[in-house]
Design a protein around this ligand. Structure first.
Ligand code: BGC
Length: 515
């Protein structure tokens, strides 16, 4: 470990509803997670980022929180949380929870109080309410990221309220000191319970431009890969993080904040990582990059340069609960899996932090053919099915070859799993040489034994391929279709994502050599 654990950690994202279901209700829970801590320890991860498990009507799978200090009964209760946290810590695994400060659920006591109160009341001041002038014309042209308008009228038709996401997720007004005080108290509540940090949801969204001006164009904004907008990446958001940093510093244990901040450049993203703000910010550039040496290299160079400027670690990501799984993004099938392993191995040799999304270590693909009646993502409904949404990367994990929901739970799973997922289960892959699970285990173990200290590019081995020295090993990555010669890069192969034959590394593969 470097001086701070979070500068080179491998952090595993658990999506609680789809990880493991201990009580047999078809949805994952905290006890299910606790029962699988030995699996996470064997994988070698340093920490878990747990997507929201707080009280919620689950209109957006828990990113609609109705009580920030309670566990949703579907997942358990605070005692279950404490037990899970204690077991994780006993296994040497830290736990980061997911804080959702941009919006609450419409069932949150504050929003219910706001609806019951009059226009102009202090209760309404905690959110963004505006008078209805013309019932057909909302206060501005902002569109919800999930589709449709970002404004909904109150039942009496007198006011609009703002929601950048679903109508059940009203945006909080961060100009209101009460909102600041409440979230500082929520931070302390979980820090006092012993969590190791927070992933901050929509960390670039809390502050809106003065006067809520129209966006350019028709107001439609994609969150993924977006540019600046009057509701994203406003400079004022940094004041919030400057007020949070001293709070987390009061606690021992080297705890962290990680930002989900979509910005239009690595430079803007690095502003969130100034020494008095947050510790990490996901780099989504590789989520968006095509599988090509030039695109990956550009994203890597830019992240390293910008984060060095603020002294922050790079934070690499290929998959999460919002984007298509990278096996499928890279073409699916054997090719997609080979490329996905190559990309993962590449990430694990870069300097910085690597996030792993549950199931990628099994080689899971995106499930593209879920029927409409089982889908839950509001994106699907708010776009009338035009956008398929994110359910396909949220299908519950297969743990066993056979049995109800392949060992996810005793009574099926909230989304159906593909019939062939038994072969991708943890049981089917455990101890099997060449399985994706064993590949992840070896790669994570080797990464720890060969800690990257930097990155120096070496001569390219081929047209769509690159090589670098990270201070501890030499990595060669072949993005192309044709094999490339690797004899000059080292003699001892530490790990190759596909076998090297006759000194040639196949297309869609990464190899590590001892220095
Ligand atoms: C989360 C999404 C969620 C959205 C609204 C995102 O960034 O990762 O899953 O739908 O925020 O909370």
């Amino acid at each position: 470990m470097s001086e701070h654990w979070w500068r080179d950690a491998v952090i595993y994202q658990v999506y609680p509803r789809s990880f493991a279901d201990a009580d047999g209700d078809g949805m994952g829970d905290l006890e299910g997670i606790r029962s699988r801590i030995p699996y996470l320890a064997a994988l070698g991860v340093d920490a878990v980022w747990l997507s929201p498990c707080f009280a919620s009507p689950q209109k957006d799978a828990g990113y609609d929180v109705s009580d920030y200090r309670r566990i949703d009964p579907r997942f358990g209760d605070l005692d279950d949380f404490d037990r899970m946290l204690a077991d994780a810590h006993a296994a040497g695994i830290r736990l980061i929870v997911d804080l959702v400060p941009n919006h609450t659920s419409s069932e949150h006591a504050w929003f219910q109080a706001a609806l019951a109160a009059a226009p102009g009341s202090p209760e309404r001041e905690r959110y963004h309410f505006r008078d209805v002038v013309d019932p057909e014309v909302p206060p501005n042209n902002w569109q919800s990221i999930f589709g449709g308008p970002a404004w909904t009228k109150t039942d009496d038709g007198k006011q609009w309220y703002l929601h950048l996401f679903d109508a059940s997720q009203p945006d909080l007004n961060w100009d209101n000191p009460e909102v600041h005080a409440e979230f500082q108290s929520v931070l302390r509540f979980w820090l006092d319970r012993g969590v190791d940090g927070f992933r901050i949801d929509v960390a670039h969204g809390m502050v809106k431009a003065d006067g809520l001006p129209d966006t350019g164009g028709d107001g439609t904004i994609e969150m993924i890969g977006t540019t600046q907008a009057p509701f994203f990446d406003q400079d004022g958001v940094h004041d919030i993080y400057r007020s949070w940093r001293p709070i987390i510093e009061e606690y021992d244990g080297d705890r962290i904040f990680v930002a989900e901040a979509w910005t239009d450049s690595a430079e803007r993203r690095s502003l969130y990582l100034r020494p008095d703000e947050l510790h990490q910010a996901f780099n989504f550039d590789l989520v968006l990059a095509p599988f090509s040496a030039a695109d990956f290299r550009k994203a890597i160079d830019s992240e390293i340069a910008n984060n060095a400027g603020v002294g922050a670690p790079c934070t690499w990501v290929l998959s999460n609960h919002d984007v298509q799984r990278h096996v499928t993004r890279y073409g699916g099938g054997e090719l997609g899996l080979a490329r996905a392993k190559a990309a993962t191995q590449l990430l694990l040799s870069l300097p910085g932090v690597v996030y792993v999304y549950q199931g990628e270590e099994l080689g899971l693909n995106e499930v593209l053919d879920l029927p409409a009646e089982v889908r839950e993502d509001p994106t699907f409904f708010r776009t009338g099915g035009a956008q398929i949404g994110r359910d396909g990367c949220r299908v519950p994990l297969p743990w066993t070859r056979e049995g109800s929901s392949f060992g996810f739970g005793a009574n099926g799973s909230w989304l159906p799993q593909p019939a062939d997922w038994g072969a991708l289960s943890a049981e089917a892959e455990d101890g099997v040489p060449g399985s994706t699970l064993e590949f992840y285990r070896s790669a994570i173990a080797l990464r720890k034994a060969h800690k990257a200290t930097g990155l120096t590019w070496l001569a390219d081995p081929g047209e769509d391929a690159f090589a670098f020295d990270n201070g501890a090993l030499v990595a060669v990555v072949n993005f192309g279709a044709e094999p490339v010669p690797v004899a000059g890069y080292g003699t001892e192969v530490l790990l190759a994502s596909s076998p090297i034959t006759d000194g040639l590394l196949p297309g869609g593969s990464t190899a590590w050599f001892n220095k």
